[in-house]
Design a protein around this ligand. Sequence first.
Ligand code: EPU
Length: 418
Amino acid sequence: MDQLIIQGGRPISGIVNISGAKNAALPILAATLLTGNTIRLGNVPHLQDIYTMVNVLNHMGGNVTLDEHANIEINTNHISSHHAPYELVRTMRASILVLGPLLSRFGKAEVSLPGGCAIGSRPVDQHLKGLQAMGADIHIENGYIKATANRLTGATIALDLITVTGTENLMMAAVLAKGETIIKNAACEPEIEDLANFLNTLGAHIEGAGTSTITIQGVTSLNSGHYCVLPDRIETGTYLAAAAITRGSITVKKTCPHLIESVLLKFEEAGALIDTGNDWISLDMRGNRPRAVDISTAPYPAFPTDMQAQMMAVNTVAEGTSLITETIFENRFMHVQELQRMGANITLKGNTAVCVGTHALHGAPVMATDLRASASLVLAGLAASNATIINRIYHIDRGYECIEEKLTQLGASIRRIT
Ligand code: EPU
């Protein structure tokens, strides 16, 4: 299995380009199931999770071509199966996103139940409840969600909790449903707005995406179209964190500052000088040690859970003590034990981590446990006094495109051992 070896202690400085957002590209790829016409997508990141979604579409009879320049062409005119198998879904929970589109266009879907994962139990009850409200008949058999419907019918759905992929699944299902669907207590993440913008480009009628109430007027079919995926706000935040933890200075390009305001405010609180333009952000620590900052994760526009582990890494070397509270996933502190092996002083109290900043981390062999946890270990490795060896880095390949190349360009000493 591949490993990353990082020789720490060099400030991260320079310019880096951000890739397209994984969590926008995944639902957009699933949404191509809503039309038999050809779709062309730009700014699609080359990531393991994207390949998994492409495999899911190919498995069902889709025709997908991906070039090296982040473009994808997809045609799902000849879908011959409505089955997303366990072997694919278990490697990526976001495969559940094909459920709504399959049911909406074909009236049937058979998708493996995703099961638990490293960061929490992650049920999909809200997805199912919403689809049932739209007239779907759903039962669970042999670990599969088996759903059928004639034509789905618009409904008013009040989600019991805020769910990102749940909102996306229901929004996609409603696009071809009969009449009006209103999703209340919808998630407001920018990736949901991006999905709605994509669908509207094809002729869907969606209003309010990006707010907590989304209204969809069903249409009978969608057209072909071309769409460019929005930049990845979590990759953006991770590179800013790389500069913050190493007392460096970075300019992040091809991004969108307004997507991560809550994160930028925390970097400012940590002592960084932040400047932004239309599509770039610069962060300069002016050689200073970061100050400890408290964070509490919550749905957008609050501080994202997907940046919690990276901000904790910054806090491990900061001046002072921070409280880091995780409110979205019950088990998203797997990185704590690994950071402790590198000398971090962190104590867990329920869903809060108390982190006392130390002057220096030291390199160690560590184990990546999930995508964002592995990002926090890379960050810690960049700041540590000697070599860090990160095992199980397939987690990082799920969400960070060309991470060694990008960090090397920024002055890091990092290499992959196969
Ligand atoms: N939940 C339920 N029932 C449901 C759906 C969700 O109880 O039917 C709970 C979950 O267990 C969790 C909370 O609601 O405690 C929020 O989960 P959500 O459904 O919003 O998460 P998700 O849609 O599965 C997406 C991202 C995650 C990101 C979360 C939170 C994608 C493909 N994934 O997951 O991204 O952490 O929203 O923002 O969009 C990552 O990129 O590393 C990642 C994990």
